[in-house]
Design a binder for this molecule. Structure first.
Ligand code: FCB
Length: 298
């Protein structure tokens, strides 16, 4: 479904960290990966074994898509993702976006950083920090400084880059510890995760989600709206429709089976909800996506 980097063995050592085959046998590397649709970097990065160090990846333009076992998470401008060494790396440009530019830093952490590397999980072993608008410039600034410092090189560059990275981790820690800027309630986060994992299953009710996160149904509904500004059912519907859009644009599956896979057994009902959310029917959406693709290839 997604274009992958070639896994061909490289006879020569690969010196470009943006291309497959780079060894990452170092303590710190940083860079910017500017993926443009159909450009030479437009492939899915796939490292099924994880890496030896950690990575923080920061979206600066366009949209990326991070794939997990049965889930996919789009990432948008400002998002910071933390991949621990055990995390499977499988990500690339979101098929609906024309670009995905992300800054990244690969590093072996200092021992005392361990507390600062526990981020709320997006997927197993992959954390997410979605900064508040006011913080966005801070992270972009620190990231750019890390990349510049590494590219200048010289005896102190790694030490300085580690120092900037430490600032970035402390800033995030400070933001999440501040009650005014506290991140998503872990129970709401767990509820979202549960629903994402059961998107195709239409047997469950809000009370199942509530039970899973040890809240009463009414408490979950209240907290959910307070944190995310929408009801539980509306949130689930948005996720289903987003997933359906992705499958319509990237697969040959029939509309009925796409509907089923996102929890709508009745195709008419699926089309009705799809139209309500997107303004077009699933088949119109697919056709317009194909037309855009053909125009883009001319
Ligand atoms: C580059 C990728 C980037 C990140 C670093 C470690 O090749 O473009 O996303 O994974 O490797």
């Amino acid at each position: 479904m997604f274009r992958r980097a070639s896994s061909q063995a490289h006879l020569e050592p690969q010196l470009d960290p943006l291309l497959p085959g780079f060894s990452f046998n170092t303590h710190l590397v940083a860079g910017l990966t500017p993926i443009e649709k159909e450009g030479h970097l437009d492939f899915f990065i796939h490292r099924p074994e994880g890496m030896q160090g950690y990575i923080i990846n920061h979206t600066v333009k366009g949209q990326g898509l991070v794939l997990g076992d049965n889930v996919q998470h789009p990432c948008q401008s400002g998002d910071l993702l933390l991949f621990s060494p055990e995390a499977i790396h499988h990500y690339g440009r979101h098929p609906e976006a024309t670009s995905w530019h992300h800054q990244w830093v690969y590093f072996r952490p200092r021992a005392y950083w361990s507390e600062w590397l526990k981020w709320p999980a997006l997927l197993a072993e992959t954390g997410l920090h979605r900064p508040h608008e006011q913080e966005a410039a801070l992270y972009s600034g620190l990231f750019s400084q890390i990349i510049d410092t590494v590219s200048v090189g010289g005896p102190y560059s790694e030490m300085l880059a580690m120092n900037l990275l430490e600032q970035l981790l402390i800033r995030r820690q400070q933001a999440v510890a501040d009650p005014l800027q506290r991140q998503l309630d872990p129970r709401i986060h767990a509820a979202c995760q549960y629903m994402n994992e059961h998107l195709g299953d239409n047997q469950w009710e809000i009370s199942d989600v509530a039970e899973h996160v040890c809240l009463s149904t009414s408490r979950l509904s209240h907290l959910f709206r307070q944190h995310l500004g929408v009801s539980v059912l509306k949130w689930r519907e948005d996720q289903r429709i987003n997933q359906a859009k992705l499958l319509l644009s990237t697969s040959q599956l029939s509309i009925a089976s796409i509907g089923c896979s996102v929890g709508f057994d009745d195709q008419l009902y699926f089309s009705r909800v799809f139209r309500k959310c997107t303004g077009s029917s699933p088949s119109e959406f697919r056709q317009s996506f194909r037309r855009q693709g053909c125009e883009g290839q001319r």
